[in-house]
Design a protein around this ligand. Structure first.
Ligand code: SF4
Length: 1002
């Protein structure tokens, strides 16, 4: 039973009033507050120690408003209800307080000083930038605990100072600082005696020299003193009592806060009526700790016989039939069970439901499952959805990742991640119309993937330039906008590399970047974006002492990321038929819900304790009168009791098996209740099962859709795919599906491969030019020729690889590997020359038209074409010519290729194409009757003979069978015959279509 509201009479002592925190707690409170208004004929000021019940208290006051006839006009307004923090913010004369140091400024000041103590970072394993920022935060938290510990010592002097203060805020600040310094100096030796660890001694030094009157802990105290002084002034000036002050303590305070508030209310009672409202656990507590709490030594108090009796009658009086115990075996089942419980409450027309997220992960999953209920259910997450999990933060993060890249440039993944973020305004960046920019980033991605350009600005430029050059040669339009876009990003990345970073110029440059890229404008349009911009604005230290603090770029980026991780994202509220509040247990205090679903009530998660502070043991915390484990334990027992006793429908869910497969029991609190309520048993959640009949998967076979267009041309590699596996050809070439390739670590093989081809072409052109010179010494002098060739090939290789190496230093290894090959490559070339072979030309597009008749008797034509690496001619024979293909592979692999020549007939295709149209390869009057593969990757250490090439035997003899096979394959394709998935494992291993044909499942 709750007590009646006390009769207010003039006394200089706070009056206490206890309310029972059950389902009617808000009603009791509202009626008491109105009672106070009626008794005093004043509008009371109600200050709640936590903000959670604010709305509920206001609503209850409205609901239980007394008859207007008993209220005078002054008290007809709703009593003022405000949270403690808001009340402090509204302190009179706050402008006179010492300048507030923002959280960020404090953080930076500690961080800068931490740099001087590398040992401290090692002790706390905080060597990384993020770790160091975390350590700075822990130092601040610990300093706050120490500052709070000396507040009672400051109490009287501070009140005196505020009451006698001059209006000169500078003088005031000075006096305050002196007072604080003296108090800290007095407290220091005493605390130092208590704090014996080396780390803690360092911490004390931090506290002694970095604490200032601008710290939040002290400002809070100033605000309280200012309110007190105002109450006194009011009383003296008007000769009347200020309005009553009702202090509602919604949760147990830390001992130090209890001491400070107790003293404060006593002081305040000199000027105004004070009512201190606390919660009475007598008839609510379900466990001994909730009823008796802890003693001054921090130990749980044992129950008296009378209290034991009380506890038993509390338990006996519970309506436990409305509390459902539900266990689920797996994580997913737990989330489903929670979603189903909520669904059942909604069906039962419950409008205001709470999901207590003791297991935050499972609560998130349940939320995702509930999203299918649509906008009829408004889900409000009060557990602190982090800002850094939003899309807006991901956009900013993509830019931070890009600017932290080394000066050579970012990786392709980082670049594309940034370019693909939806907040980027590409047309504004490159001053082009939106039409021009359609598909631009997709095109860039294609180019970078195709050329395997994995990192570095120079590498990206080369890839785009080559793609543009290719486009020019193939009558398509090169895309200059790509280069412009790249240039735009590169310039901004460069600016970060060049600057001497300090907090002020880094902030200015980041803001400039966000403006230039249009990201700032897009963020303005978005709720999370706006909140993100506000967080970024807090980095504006231009008017503070820390604007010139120098930092390394990674340090500064790490600071921004850490701040984003800490910031909460507030979702917009919306009208809906029902509301689900996801909240921690502590937020259920003095709030009413139609139903509560409590997820994560297992023995590991309930109770849950906050991370202990880094520097203080539990014993030291007790000495400093800070929060202890026992206090948290008692508070949770009380919160849980209150929740169960104030809500008729509570579902308690937990996972009955841990991640490691160990059985998990419900929380000890539930088990203890069960011993006294034997009928209160758990049910195991049974997921709904849907039956279905499995059909074994068969080998993938496709019949081409009549509307699917068939190819009018085919490259040698596409034909190889058709031969390897018709299904693979169908997926890759006819459907055009490609795997979204990730960029792996390693250097860009393909651009390097292209460079090898290009440097060989340049080398042979240089050789031709040199030979044409009249005074050339390399014509008849083989040693001189060899020397010239080696020198030239070395030099041309260096030149060709130069840009690639600038883009990605790792490519240097590939160049050196290739340069080791050069002497034996020259040997091979000289050997060929001795046999009469001369380089003729390189990289010519050649092809031929294949005529055939399809299954319907219709004449068809398909062009088989590709680019041949090189043609040689023989000076000893009038007609002989040879086609050569360079392979960046070992000879072993090339030999394997040769075993299935007709399945990989690239060289036969070039030979036939050159013979049918000699002009295209500038081979008029010659016949390509020979073909060979040349390895650019001979195993120099193991292959003593240094074999470099593999000749294909009897090319002319192979031609009839090849042509016959080609026609048959084309006829099958054009007749739309079935295309089956079938290939040896060696081919399937790297096949992109594997996920579609499901090889391995049949
Ligand atoms: S995985 Fe093998 S069988 Fe399947 S499509 Fe690719 S090559 Fe053909």
């Amino acid at each position: 039973m709750s007590q009646p509201f006390p009769t207010i009479f003039k006394q200089e002592q706070p009056q206490s009033w206890l309310i029972t925190p059950n389902g009617s707690a808000l009603e009791q409170l509202a009626k008491g507050i109105w009672d106070c208004a009626v008794q005093t004929n004043e509008r009371p000021l109600v200050v709640l120690s936590t903000a959670g019940p604010l709305i509920g208290v206001r609503a209850a006051l409205e609901k239980y408003r007394p008859d207007p006839s008993i209220l005078n006009p002054k008290t007809a307004f709703l009593p003022q209800v405000i949270s403690f923090n808001d009340w402090l913010e509204a302190a009179p004369g706050a402008w006179k307080f010492p300048k507030k140091q923002s959280d960020l400024e404090r953080w930076i000041s500690v961080y800068v000083n931490l740099r001087k103590y590398p040992k401290l970072k090692t002790w706390f394993k905080a060597e990384s930038d993020a770790g160091a920022w975390g350590l700075a935060q822990s130092v601040i938290d610990a300093c706050d605990i120490l500052s709070e510990a000396i507040i009672p010592q400051l109490h009287d002097q501070l009140n005196h100072l505020i009451q006698t203060n001059s209006l000169d805020s500078e003088v005031w600040t000075k006096q305050l600082q002196e007072l604080l310094d003296k108090t800290i100096a007095r407290a220091y030796p005493e605390l130092a005696r208590k704090v014996v660890d080396q780390e803690s001694e360092v911490l004390l030094t931090f506290w002694r020299y970095l604490s200032g009157v601008g710290d939040a802990v002290f400002r809070k105290r100033f605000a309280m003193a200012a309110h007190l002084s105002a109450a006194q002034a009011h009383q003296q000036a008007l000769q009347q009592t200020p309005r009553p002050f009702i202090w509602v303590q919604t949760a147990d305070l830390k001992p130090i806060d209890q001491e400070v508030i107790g003293k404060y209310l006593n002081d305040y009672a000199q000027y105004a009526p004070i009512v201190e409202v606390t919660l009475d656990w007598q008839s609510i507590a379900l466990w001994s700790e909730a009823l008796a709490g802890e003693n001054a030594a921090g130990e749980l108090i044992e129950l008296s016989a009378e209290q034991t009796q009380q506890l038993q009658s509390n338990i006996a009086a519970t309506h436990y039939q409305g509390w459902n115990l539900i266990s689920a075996r797996r994580f997913e089942e737990l989330a489903w069970a929670a979603a189903k419980s909520i669904e059942a409450h909604l069906i039962a027309d419950k409008k205001n439901i709470a999901l207590v997220a003791q297991d935050r992960l499972a609560a998130r999953r349940a939320r995702a499952l509930l999203a299918r209920l649509g906008p009829a259910l408004n889900i409000r997450d009060e557990t602190g959805w982090k800002l850094d999990t939003t899309r807006a933060a991901a956009a900013l993060n993509s830019w931070l990742e890009l600017i932290r890249a080394p000066k050579e440039g970012p990786t392709a993944s980082v670049l594309l991640e940034f370019l693909q973020n939806p907040y980027l305004d590409i047309p504004a960046c490159i001053q082009k119309t939106p039409e021009v920019c359609i598909g631009l980033v997709a095109q860039l991605e294609d180019i970078l993937i195709a050329s395997q350009a994995k990192s570095g600005w120079e590498t990206f430029y080369m890839a785009i330039e080559r793609a543009n050059a290719y486009a020019v040669n193939h009558d398509t339009v090169p895309n200059e906008a790509l280069l412009k876009l790249l240039q735009f990003v590169r310039e901004r990345h460069h600016a970060w590399q060049q600057m001497d970073l300090n907090c002020s110029n880094a902030y200015a440059l980041l803001q400039q970047n966000l403006q230039d890229t249009g990201i700032a404008q897009s963020l303005e349009q978005d709720l999370a974006g706006k909140q993100l911009l506000e967080v970024i604005n807090t980095f504006d230290l231009s008017s503070g002492d820390y604007q010139r603090v120098a930092m390394r770029l990674p340090e500064w980026i790490s600071l921004i990321k850490t701040v984003m991780e800490e910031a909460s994202y507030e979702e917009a509220g919306k009208e809906a038929q029902a509301t689900l509040s996801i909240l921690p247990l502590s937020s259920t205090r003095l709030r009413t819900f139609d139903a509560v679903v409590f997820i994560g009530c297992d023995e590991q998660q309930l109770p849950a304790f906050s991370e202990p502070p880094l520097f203080f043991s539990d014993a030291l915390n007790r000495l400093l009168k800070a929060s202890t484990m026992t206090a948290q334990y008692v508070q949770q027992a009380r919160d849980f009791s209150q929740l169960l006793m104030s809500c008729a429908n509570v579902d308690l869910l937990w996972q009955s098996k841990s991640k490691s497969g160990e059985p998990l029991r419900p929380s000890a609190w539930i088990q203890r209740l069960q011993t006294q309520l034997p009928k209160w048993t758990a049910v195991v959640f049974q997921p709904e099962l849907h039956g279905g009949k499995a059909r074994p998967i068969e080998r993938a076979v496709t019949t081409l859709d009549p509307d699917l267009p068939l190819p009018l041309s085919m490259s040698p590699s596409a034909y190889k795919a058709l031969r390897d596996c018709p299904y693979k050809y169908y997926v890759r070439s006819l459907l055009g599906l490609r795997e979204a390739k990730e960029f792996e670590d390693g250097f860009d093989a393909s651009l390097a491969g292209q460079s090898l081809h290009a440097l060989l072409r340049n080398f042979y052109q240089a050789l031709k030019t040199e030979e044409q010179k009249a005074d050339s010494k390399i014509k008849d002098n083989t040693p001189a020729r060899r020397q010239w060739m080696e020198q030239q090939l070395f030099a041309i290789s260096e030149k060709e690889f130069k840009r690639l190496i600038e883009g990605d230093g790792r490519v240097l290894g590939t160049l050196r590997d290739w340069q080791k090959q050069i002497p034996s490559f020259i040997d091979w070339q000289l050997q060929r020359e001795a046999e009469g072979w001369r380089y003729h030309n390189a990289e010519h597009q050649v092809g031929f038209d294949l005529h055939f008749v399809d299954a319907n008797g219709v004449d068809r034509l398909i062009r088989i074409a590709g680019r041949a690496d090189r043609f040689d001619i023989n000076v000893n024979g009038e007609h002989a010519a040879e086609v050569i293909d360079y392979k960046n592979q070992s000879m072993t692999k090339i030999k394997k290729r040769a075993e299935h020549l007709l399945d990989d007939p690239q060289l036969l295709i070039y030979a036939r194409a050159a013979n049918e149209d000699p002009e295209s390869a500038h081979l008029q009057g010659r016949e390509v009757s020979q073909a060979q593969w040349v390895s650019l990757k001979v195993d120099i250490k193991r292959d003593k003979k240094l074999t470099r090439s593999l000749e294909i035997e009897g090319v002319p003899n192979l031609m009839p069978a090849f042509s016959e096979q080609l026609i048959e394959d084309m006829q099958n394709l054009w007749s739309r015959k079935e295309m089956a998935a079938f290939a040896p494992d060696g081919v399937c291993k790297y096949c992109e279509a594997r996920g579609i044909c499901r090889k391995g499942m049949w």
